[in-house]
Design a protein around this ligand. Structure first.
Ligand code: SIN
Length: 318
């Protein structure tokens, strides 16, 4: 066979994945809070090449977020305590949703609330307008707010009740974003699945703290904050592994992804897709290079579809 044709055939790894009824052109999605509302970097990066973009968390009312300092670098990671700063759902609908009509990739709206009713109200408002948002990521895992946030994500019953209520009001994708700051993340994932979630995403940040010894105070205003970046990758992968044993809906792996090999670790552990977060601050196009790296891996190991290797390491123990 002609060498060129042979190479073309080998490189034909099918990168597409399905979550619920939604097709993603590849498994690389940008993570909430690291890519704005999805439109800010379109002059720098061809965002249509991503499998999807998750927006920053949108709340019912606009929020200024926590006082500064709210970000600090740590060895192999970053602490943040933004406090869900955002423009609120009404402005999101009027100013951002119209910009998505030509974006060329799947937009997932991340939402956060302090009560079940707040989450419901946000989704009802979005459902009442025309948009090409493919679904919602339900943030039940923000460690940086006094009310709501992680309160839901550490309790199986609250997770189930919230997911069930939201399932009743939308047919769009419902992805429940889980916290690693729990004893048993798999049981929270089971509650989300039981209540009708289409997928779970894991993990949100790990609670952390860093102290300026000279000023003798916390480097972040709220003292405790959320750790992301490479330091948490093994925690994310272990979480995906545990969740994969416990549920049948897709998992979106998050935490410390810096390159294609990191993506593959998550996929082999059981993730159908991944979200790239903190790395976007170094290079907003970094996730695009991961797509190419995975294609090379597919060629090397003659994999016809990325879905074929989801969970192969974890399924041995399922
Ligand atoms: C924040 O806004 O403080 C971070 C959001 C999150 O961790 O979910």
């Amino acid at each position: 066979m002609d060498l060129f044709i042979q190479q073309e055939m080998l490189s034909l790894i099918d990168m597409s994945i399905k979550i619920g009824k939604v097709l993603f052109k590849n498994p690389i999605i940008t993570a909430s809070g690291t890519f704005g509302y999805g439109t800010e970097v379109s002059s720098l990066v061809n965002v249509s090449k991503f499998g999807g973009i998750v927006t920053k968390s949108i709340t019912l009312n606009p929020r200024e977020g926590n006082p500064p300092p709210r970000i600090v670098e740590t060895p192999s990671g970053m602490l943040n305590s933004i406090g869900l700063a955002n423009i609120g759902v009404d402005q999101y609908i009027s100013k951002k949703i119209p910009l998505y009509s030509t974006i060329g990739t799947n937009i997932i709206m991340n939402i956060a609330g302090t009560t079940v009713n707040e989450y419901i109200e946000i989704i009802k408002k979005v459902e009442s307008v025309s948009s090409n948002i493919v679904g919602y990521e339900i943030n039940i895992s923000c460690p940086n707010v006094k009310r709501g946030g992680m309160e839901f994500g550490i309790d199986c019953d609250l997770t189930e009740k919230l997911t069930e209520s939201l399932r009743k009001i939308t047919e769009r994708l419902l992805i429940v974003k889980l916290s690693p700051n729990v004893t048993n993340i798999a049981s929270i994932a089971q509650s989300a699945e039981k209540a009708g979630a289409d997928a779970v995403s894991a993990i949100n940040t790990v609670v952390g703290m860093s102290i300026d010894i000279h000023k003798q105070k916390s480097k972040v205003y709220t003292k405790l904050s959320g750790l992301s970046g490479p330091a948490i990758r093994p925690i994310g992968i272990a979480s995906v592994h545990k969740i994969f044993q416990a549920i049948d809906i897709p998992i979106i792996g998050i935490g410390g992804i810096t390159c294609g090999n990191d993506v593959l670790e998550y996929i082999l552990a059981g993730a159908s897709a991944v979200q790239v977060g903190t790395s976007n601050y170094r290079d907003p196009g970094i996730a695009l290079s991961m797509i190419e790296e995975i294609k090379l891996y597919g060629e090397k190991y003659i994999i016809s579809s990325i879905s074929d290797i989801v969970g192969v390491v974890s399924s041995n123990t399922k």
